[in-house]
Design a binder for this molecule. Structure first.
Ligand SMILES: [Zn+2]
Length: 65
């Protein structure tokens, strides 16, 4: 199943969501629909929240996105 990562343009929250088809995706924090699809993942992400940085431990770097 495809898991897409989105970023809310309003509050900056990054979240992942299983998408079966293109549909409206809302930010789980502010409920805004102004979200941007980032990348697609395939069920290899653990239970972290927003930290998709697998090549370093900072989780907030811009170099290994
Ligand atoms: Zn938001």
């Amino acid at each position: 199943m495809p898991i897409y990562e989105y970023k809310c343009q309003d509050c900056g929250t990054r979240f992942e969501k299983l998408i079966y088809k293109e549909e409206d995706v809302k930010c789980p924090v502010c409920g805004g629909k102004n979200v941007k699809k980032l990348i697609s993942l395939f069920s290899s992400v653990g239970s972290d929240k927003g930290n998709i940085c697998s090549s370093c431990s900072s989780g907030n770097c811009s170099t290994c996105k």
